[in-house]
Ligand binder design. Structure first.
Ligand code: 13P
Ligand code: SF4
Length: 319
């Protein structure tokens, strides 16, 4: 705890000296989330991270999350310096959607609007008509369906499948998945529900369809947190990354939150559902964030300008 306090003090001083603000995702460690809160930064979902970085006056954004979040920040504010604890923090959805193949796929369906998840590279965003996060995926798909538009959805097939079921939109899909959410098991959750019948089940839409079927609420990280406060239940089974428990518990100290199992046996699981890339954001790596020369986000300006169009469209639509 002493070392943690000293690291935090060190980072705080550097943030101030560098005119920098910390923008953290709900999946980062409790220490990182607390630091963002204590320093006037933000802890939020990927949509709000984008908005916060865009609106904040600081010259430097320190993004504690995964690479696409840093890239989104850079695209939206090309004049700011965007630093991350490590550029190695990627995402299986981003990795699973390389631009050459994706672009060729889009070329085969020129009559469709291209809707990509924020969890993609700058190049994939630049190829898209719309960027969405899980917070507004349904709203955007509904909007497009109302206009009679057909959709290419990438890269998360579970989210795409969910959106298709909910909105009836005409969607063809890329077959990416999140390695964290894909592991949740319907059988394990059902077993846990049998033990705790009073528990409400909260699920992120990157989870498989069978898991979504068991949900009392499906939503983005922010929507999961909101549901945990709105619902009267005292106990929740939560199918998303463990990092979110910091905020869930902070908002509702008297409620009990149980991680959804990633094995079918119904036993609770203490180390599962932890994104390995989100876990790269530790206080130690944050303390060195200003002193390295390999951790600044750069996006080709011409590419960035193209990617900014669907990103701005998302922010305006969500406003
Ligand atoms: P949210 O937009 O819900 O925060 O999700 C981001 C993410 O990476 C989910 O795995
Ligand atoms: Fe990507 Fe999944 Fe990690 Fe989110 S939890 S950053 S979707 S791999």
């Amino acid at each position: 705890a002493e070392q943690e306090a000293s690291l935090k003090a060190q980072i705080k001083a550097r943030l101030e000296a560098e005119d920098a603000v910390l923008v953290a995702h709900y999946y980062t460690s409790p220490a990182v989330q607390a630091l963002a809160e204590e320093t006037g930064g933000c802890v939020s979902d990927s949509l709000e991270m984008a908005r916060f970085g865009h609106d904040h006056p600081a010259r430097t954004l320190v993004v504690a999350g995964v690479k696409f979040m840093g890239e989104t920040a850079k695209i939206l504010t090309p004049d700011k310096r965007v630093l991350m604890p490590t550029l190695e923090a990627t995402c299986s959805l981003d990795l699973g959607c390389p631009i050459e193949e994706f672009s060729a796929f889009c070329d085969q369906h020129p009559d469709r609007k291209v809707v990509v998840y924020a969890n993609t590279s700058a190049a994939v965003k630049a190829r898209a008509d719309w960027v969405v996060t899980s917070s507004i995926a349904l709203d955007v798909a509904e909007h497009l369906a109302e206009q009679g538009e057909k959709i290419i959805w990438a890269p998360d097939q579970h989210l795409g499948d969910y959106v298709r079921r909910q909105t009836g939109a005409d969607i063809i899909m890329w077959d990416g998945a999140c390695i964290v959410h894909e592991e949740f098991k319907a059988r394990g959750i059902a077993d846990l529900k049998a033990v705790y019948p009073d528990a409400a089940v909260l699920v992120h839409p990157e989870s498989p369809a069978a898991v979504l079927e068991l949900a009392d609420r499906v939503g983005s990280t922010t929507q999961i947190i909101r549901a945990s406060k709105e619902l009267p239940n005292e106990r929740f089974i939560v199918a998303t990354d463990q990092g979110i428990f910091y905020k869930l518990q902070q908002e509702s100290p008297d409620k009990e939150f149980i991680i959804a199992p990633t094995a079918g046996e119904g036993a609770t699981c203490r180390s599962c559902a932890n994104c390995p890339w989100m876990a790269m954001n530790e206080l130690e790596s944050l303390a060195g964030v200003f002193d390295r020369d390999d951790n600044e986000i750069f996006v080709d300006p011409e590419l960035g300008e193209r990617a900014m169009v669907p990103l701005k469209r998302m922010l305006d639509f969500a406003a």
